[in-house]
Design a protein around this ligand. Structure first.
Ligand code: AMP
Ligand code: GLY
Length: 423
């Protein structure tokens, strides 16, 4: 079978790498891919939102499974277009992708299904939003409704910041039409954790837990980024908590969709906040997380292509996921200046043809290759994963692999997975 992976980040390199190991898979294509995906797949210069060209390519090349990385493709309707033509694709259709594409729709769905989430109100009028903020006690989070490249969420420390956030979204239109409406949410204080589950329309199968590190600097300082590192498993996800998340979040999620007569095929990512021992959903993503995936998929012992086909065909019910027991830690190597402006085109030293040496794996995100050398081409450049029996062993594995990699102005967080050590 030939497989097409849509996207160009570290998540997509990791998926292409994992799929290329499957006995069911003869060849992987990546659209558009990056320098690293060229090691395990053939890169095709098609954008993730160019649905017409993706479809043409898949039909012409007899693609047996298409896997969608980024939400923009799903929100644009790539899954609908492929399924209409009888092609097998991993990811929900356009309507269900709105669970990520519209934060208001997601919150209303959670309220209707009884999924625990922060209290909220919806506004399209700045004056009314501010009245509400002034009346209520406690900190709030103000969120633009639509996709805003991860920047549409403003956690406010005081009333004035919340008023400013309302103006930024509704009056200044900083996020364009994504900010035609907004949410004002109660601010939850606790520890964040990511729980993902495969969903085949009827059944869900949860993956192991992971934890992202969103802030740019050590000790969670500085601005938010796309993610500077991740590790798995997250010790806050005890067996008891896993059961609660299954019963209180994933079960009502699947049943809620069933009640509406809708079938979700793909992976659902629940971004959780654990508050005083209780799980709350901050957000749903309709795709794999980045960089969580880079810590999760190498840990998975099953054949990923087989699981993804089962997800697409509604055959997940007897699937048991088997995981390597070791701890996996992923550290993002970024370009100096990220998440602000940064330079591209720096030569990367230390890349080998073999991503995986048994203790660590190098996945590429923002890289390009001229066929011989690799060069930086984005803010998040490489994702290095280390594994070990303990958190400390995994950290040693990842940071010693990083010591052999370099490019001008490279920087990374030194404290990924320390939260797991400190527990
Ligand atoms: P989201 O894109 O909705 O995941 O929000 C981005 C980040 O904002 C989350 O990872 C949290 O750190 C934070 N956040 C979102 N909603 C809340 C909330 N209700 N309370 C506290 N923090 C939040
Ligand atoms: N790691 C956060 C995300 O993928 O949205």
């Amino acid at each position: 079978m030939k497989v097409l992976v849509i996207g160009s980040g570290g998540r997509e390199h990791c998926m292409a790498w994992k799929l290329s190991k499957s006995p069911l898979v003869d060849k992987v294509f990546c659209a558009p891919g990056n320098g690293g995906t060229s090691l395990c797949a053939e890169n095709i210069p098609i954008k993730p939102t160019d649905i017409k060209s993706l479809l043409e390519f898949a039909k012409k090349n007899n693609i047996g499974l298409t896997v969608v990385g980024p939400e923009v493709s799903l929100v644009a309707g790539v899954a609908d277009a492929f399924r209409t033509e009888g092609l097998v694709i991993f990811g929900p259709d356009k309507e269900l992708a709105q669970l990520e594409g519209s934060k208001i729709l997601a919150k209303k769905f959670m309220r209707d299904c009884g999924i625990p989430t922060a209290d909220f109100e919806v506004f399209d009028d700045a004056h009314k939003a501010k009245e509400y903020i002034a009346e209520r006690a406690g900190k709030v989070v103000v969120k633009a409704d639509g996709l805003a490249a991860g920047k549409g969420v403003i956690v406010c420390d005081n009333e004035q910041e919340a008023f400013d956030a309302v103006d930024t979204i509704l009056i200044d239109k900083k996020f364009g039409d994504a900010g035609n409406k907004l949410l004002v949410e109660a601010c939850l204080i606790g520890e964040e954790v990511s729980m993902l589950a495969f969903v085949d329309g009827e059944t869900f199968v949860p993956l192991v837990s992971s934890q992202d590190h969103k802030r740019i600097f050590d000790n969670d300082q500085g601005p938010n980024t796309g993610g500077m590192g991740a590790y798995s498993p997250a010790p806050i996800m005890t067996d008891r908590m896993k059961t609660r998340v299954n019963n209180e979040i994933f079960k009502p999620f699947v049943n809620g969709l069933k009640k509406q007569g809708k079938k979700y095929h793909g992976v659902i990512y629940a971004g959780l906040m654990i508050v005083n021992g209780d799980p709350y959903v901050l957000e749903f993503n309709v795709r794999f997380g980045d960089p969580e995936t880079q810590a999760l998929l190498p840990k998975l012992k099953n054949d990923l292509a087989d699981i993804m086909l089962k997800v697409c065909n509604g055959k997940l019910h007897d699937t048991q996921l088997v995981w390597d027991e070791r701890v996996y830690v992923c550290v993002v190597l970024a370009s100096g200046g990220y998440p602000g402006s940064y330079e591209k085109g720096k030569q990367i030293d230390g890349i080998t043809k073999n991503e995986d040496n048994g203790y660590s794996i190098v996945f590429h995100a923002g890289t390009v290759t001229d066929g011989v050398n690799f060069f930086t081409d984005g803010g998040r450049v490489l994702n290095v994963v280390g594994m070990g029996e303990t958190v400390k062993d995994a950290q040693n594995a990842v940071y010693s692999r990083i010591a052999g990699l370099s490019f001008e102005n490279m920087f990374y967080r030194q404290d990924i997975a320390n939260k797991a050590l400190n527990r």
